[in-house]
Design a protein around this ligand. Structure first.
Ligand SMILES: Cc1cc2nc3c(=O)[nH]c(=O)nc-3n(C[C@H](O)[C@H](O)[C@H](O)COP(=O)(O)OP(=O)(O)OC[C@H]3O[C@@H](n4cnc5c(N)ncnc54)[C@H](O)[C@@H]3O)c2cc1C
Length: 323
């Protein structure tokens, strides 16, 4: 491999970009190279200075109204041509839905690889990027390296910490790129019924599983979540099979790390636990003493959720003096 030419980060999600800069800074220091952010958008110059404050030595900026829409093509063509022109050594892309789509297409065009959802990144003695991602439902970490450049990894939210903001000097490079015309058209954009706080950001999560017999019964979980200022979450069968809800927590759903997770009527098999294992405190309510969720729980409540959840809400209301 030739000499490194920089660590780049890119995401349409601002918080995630800052987290990527945090990790990118460590990797760039180790490689003694520069750290750059790629900023794609419209009227984004003020954001470029912020990215410098959070660690970027350079910001490559492409401004175009096409980045406003939901299509991947403009992002793919901008990133591909920037990477061809400046040849970064490492490209970290935020693992959002769009980021994953963009990363794999950019990798294909640059004839390199792409390792998705990396939660471990480091540099080895040969200056290669080691990219670690969870496998087997979070029970093992598979570590990859790439023989081709740029070395591309996608990184999920909250895997790494952002740096403290500091007034710093950096370079903003405006680049003109010919963007590819999208081959699809967005016909309609509908807002989904979104929770007030995204489940991945909730400090308290009260999750329900198949032990909750009817959709209406979720009102007892809603009440507990409200008392604790938290959000309600679900297991996959309630979304995929029963079609009661849309988003679930787990290996194939959202990964959460709240301060407090309360699982009600959830067996806690590996696919669900993969999404909750980073919770600080896990409380499990289950009537089966052998339920696997008890193996990962800090507090185990064996019993019927239909008795325990309302009793818990009532006791907390009393304690917290909520009428
Ligand atoms: C490829 C793949 C990916 C998957 N990804 C995910 C994922 O991301 N997230 C996910 O959640 N699942 C996922 N699953 C599904 C997963 O394997 C389990 O089927 C699912 O998590 C079980 O959901 P559950 O705990 O709600 O239901 P169950 O396993 O049926 O458990 C219900 C639990 O409720 C308890 N219970 C029943 N009544 C009561 C009561 N009155 N009071 C207290 N406890 C009670 C029971 O003892 C039982 O332990 C995936 C599966 C596959 C194959």
């Amino acid at each position: 491999m030739g000499e490194p030419k920089g660590v780049w980060v890119c995401s349409e999600n601002k918080d995630l970009t800052l987290e990527l800069l945090g990790k990118g800074n460590e990797l760039a220091d180790k490689l003694q190279t520069e750290l750059a952010a790629v900023l794609l958008g419209q009227n984004v110059e003020n954001q470029a200075n912020e990215l410098i404050g959070f660690g970027a030595d350079k910001v490559y900026m492409v401004e175009d109204s096409q980045f406003k829409n939901l299509r991947a093509e403009p992002y793919v063509s901008a990133l591909t041509s920037l990477a061809k022109q400046y040849e970064p050594d490492i490209l970290l892309i935020g693992s959002t839905k769009r980021g994953k789509e963009v990363a794999s297409r950019v990798a294909t065009r640059l004839e390199t690889g792409c390792v998705p959802d990396c939660t471990h990144l480091s540099i080895d003695e040969n200056k290669r990027l080691l990219m670690g991602r969870m496998v087997y439902g979070g029970n093992a970490v598979a570590t990859h390296f790439s023989r081709a450049k740029p070395q591309i990894a996608t990184v999920p939210p909250r895997a790494f910490e952002k740096l403290e903001y500091k007034e710093r000097k950096g370079e903003i490079i405006k680049v003109d790129v010919e963007l590819e015309q999208p081959r699809t058209e967005v016909v309609e954009v509908k807002e989904i019924e979104a929770a007030k706080v995204k489940i991945e950001e909730a400090k308290v999560v009260v999750a329900g599983g198949r032990g909750v017999e009817k959709k209406e019964d979720f009102k007892i979980l809603d009440e507990l979540a409200e008392v604790l200022g938290g959000q309600v979450a679900y297991t996959r069968p309630l979304c995929e099979d029963r079609k009661w809800f849309t988003d679930w927590v787990g290996l194939s759903g959202n990964k959460i790390k709240p301060a407090l997770y309360i699982g009600c009527g959830i067996s806690g098999v590996i696919q669900h636990v993969a999404g909750i294992r980073d919770s600080q405190i896990i409380v499990a309510i289950n009537k089966d003493s052998e339920a696997p969720i008890f193996e990962v729980a800090d507090y185990m409540i064996e019993g019927d959720l239909y008795e325990i959840v309302p009793a818990l809400s009532a006791a907390l209301k009393k304690l917290l003096k909520i009428s």
